[in-house]
Ligand binder design. Sequence first.
Ligand code: ZN
Ligand code: ZN
Length: 349
Amino acid sequence: MKAVIYGGKGSIKVENVEAPKLRSDTDALVRIKAASICGTDVRLYWGTMNEMFGYEAGEAMGHEFVGVVEEVGKAVRHFKPGQRVVSPFSTHCGHCYYCERDHITHCENLTAFGLGKRWGALGGAQAEFVCVPGADRTLLALDERVSDEHATVLPDVLTGVFASFEGLRGGESVAVTGCGPTGLAAVMCARLLGAGPIFAIDHHDNRLAIAEKLGATPINFDREDPVDAVRSQTGGRGADVVADTVGKLGSINKAYALARPRGTLLMIGYVDPKEQIDIGVASLAHVLIKPCLVPPIRRYQPRVMKLIADGRLDPSPLLSHTMPLDQAPRAYQMMADRLDGAIKIVLKP
Ligand code: ZN
Ligand code: ZN
């Protein structure tokens, strides 16, 4: 089968590899219909998080996928061949300390798709087939009203952001830093949950224009100071909630200033461990910091899927292009260099 393979820093290849087989009675083999490229994939392509992940040339990529069940193991009860399914980016065992406490993405036996040997060498989902362990626990039957393309936001980005906003009651002012796929998803979810005003901060005008269409006040930080802009529209206080999707030192230390005292900083973006967060600034600002990376996606997927199916969340603005799997090298380059207005790209085998 064809699969997208990491060829070393800045290199993506489409290669013929051996198709996966069922590894246990509880597995399902899924024929991929659509798989999207994540910011994490782009970081692996750049080589910036590979050391931490132990990610080497030759690994298969992709963890956001939708497909049709091809074959199931003898012990699989809830799925059968021909069924459309979606998965979270990772799997969990269901019986460890963290699974028992519902923190399933901290599962002691967690495996993840397309993220290399350290997480179970599951193989990548930017391919024709993938083998899904613990199918009954992992997979979710896809609502027929949700298209393959739209469903690719369920394994990670949109569900993850939705989960991050747990507790939002409506009426809060929200400042979102970064208007990539995660930032735009944050604007969407904040809006859906009744927050407002919502500020979207970036310096790419095309992305700010999308955020504005989704209901945010755009702030281009090349042209105006975001802290001044947010404070001037929140009674001088700052935002109740800041959703940082950038994860860079500058953006995080600035995010404290965007939040009002006793406001909340949602750390939604991946933060490189080398980044130094200014804890002194955080302490003085009295901003509550909430790490939001790897929420329990599978728990939130049914709710987010229903919101999409009912037309209350529309993933279209996050998905700028759909391309054949063969064009993965070009698609990665487009996402990494933000070419042709690329936001998030869906690959179809
Ligand atoms: Zn992802
Ligand atoms: Zn577990």
